[in-house]
Design a protein around this ligand. Structure first.
Ligand SMILES: Cc1ncc(COP(=O)(O)O)c(C=O)c1O
Length: 356
């Protein structure tokens, strides 16, 4: 591997003079804040919401650094990991010139965000066992390939990607390898976050939207070498994580034990639900899952999807995706929701097969 970050970053970002917010221009504690054109009289809500939030979320990063056992300087926080994906494109990929590689079926935002940023997309579909086609990826790499996106555990298939394959790519590719670990807490696989020291080209995405149950706060994390994070900090909007989210996340991050209990409960329910669904006569396959959802192959999947909607149950029809014909993605719910789902899936047998 011949990794040179300066060659990867967009030339306009390399020379960009980043926005400097009022809060960054002094150190120490000023008591009278007349520097940021805030409203010093207060707000209709709790008073301190009249102030801008910490642009670099220092307290949240310190806490995350402790939990993840990495350095705070190796962390970028985005308005959901979706913002991290967008900032990676805007930092490293030149529109109309560079390209990236995706391995579908996978998380659609890698593609959507590339299209928004006018970055060419090269496609190396997953093999039928939903693992990487490493030889195909290697064939596609050219001088303008900036990022290879890997999602592990993968959405929508649920499986973890073979670690040796990911390491092969990390060892041979001169661009960034982004591993989206949104579902890592539901897996027994080791996160790549602890491998940053080994790979200067490694970027790991995680989120508080899944295991932590905080999708509404919009907090996603990007872990990488601090030189990568510094470039991303230049590109992000100055106050991208609002004060309410920062405060609530700090409180939530105290509750690692409670979150671990939820994870264990969801994993137990995943196992139970997978067994019940697999035992239904019409179900062709329940794919093994390391995530908080199951991908299930069913004849007439869209009819079942529509039927469940009439019963007030929303699942996701993923049938249009590569290698996912007739497949529904079902998120693990509460015990009661899972029971209702199973009851309606059982009722559907009579309904569907008597209607031809
Ligand atoms: C693989 C993957 N990455 C990222 C996200 C988005 O995460 P966030 O809510 O942090 O934007 C999702 C959401 O479904 C996902 O499945």
């Amino acid at each position: 591997m011949n990794f040179d970050l300066k060659k990867l970053v967009r030339p306009n970002i390399e020379i960009l003079k980043a926005y400097s917010s009022a809060k960054e221009e002094y150190t120490g504690d000023a008591k009278i804040l007349l520097d940021a054109n805030e409203n010093s009289l207060g707000s209709p809500l709790t008073k301190w919401y009249n102030r801008y939030p910490d642009p670099y979320q220092k307290k949240v990063k310190e806490k995350l650094a402790f939990i993840k056992q990495i350095k705070a300087e190796q962390i970028f926080i985005g308005n959901g990991s979706d913002e991290c994906i967008d900032v990676l494109y805007r930092t490293f990929c030149e529109p109309g010139k560079d390209n990236i590689i995706i391995c579908p079926p996978t998380y659609p935002m890698f593609e959507v965000s590339a299209n928004i940023n006018n970055i060419a997309i090269q496609v190396a579909p997953l093999l039928p066992n939903f693992q990487l086609n490493v030889a195909h990826i290697e064939q596609l790499v050219n001088a303008q390939t900036k990022i290879i996106w890997i999602c592990s555990p993968n959405n929508p298939t649920g499986n973890s990607i073979d670690r040796i394959d990911i390491e092969t790519i990390l060892n041979h590719f001169n661009g960034l390898v982004v591993i989206d670990e949104a579902y890592i807490n539901f897996s027994t696989q080791k996160s790549f976050a602890q491998s940053l020291i080994d790979y200067p080209n490694l970027v790991v995405l995680q989120t508080l939207s899944k295991a932590w149950g905080l999708a509404g706060l919009r907090v996603g994390m990007c872990f990488a070498d601090e030189t990568i994070i510094q470039y991303m900090n230049k590109v992000k909007p100055p106050y991208n994580i609002n004060m309410v989210s920062q405060e609530l996340v700090l409180t939530a991050l105290e509750e690692v034990g409670q979150v671990n209990d939820m994870i264990q409960h969801l994993v137990d329910m995943r196992k139970a639900l997978a067994e019940v669904i697999a035992s239904m006569p019409y179900v062709q396959e329940v794919y093994p899952s390391d995530a908080n959802f199951l991908l299930v192959k069913i004849p007439k999947a869209n009819q079942l999807y529509q039927y469940l909607l009439t019963k007030g149950i929303a699942v996701r029809d993923r049938s249009s995706l590569e290698n996912c014909a007739d497949s529904l993605r079902i998120t693990i719910g509460t015990e009661q929701e899972n029971t209702q789902l199973v009851e309606e899936m059982a009722n559907w047998i009579d309904f569907a097969f008597s209607n031809g």
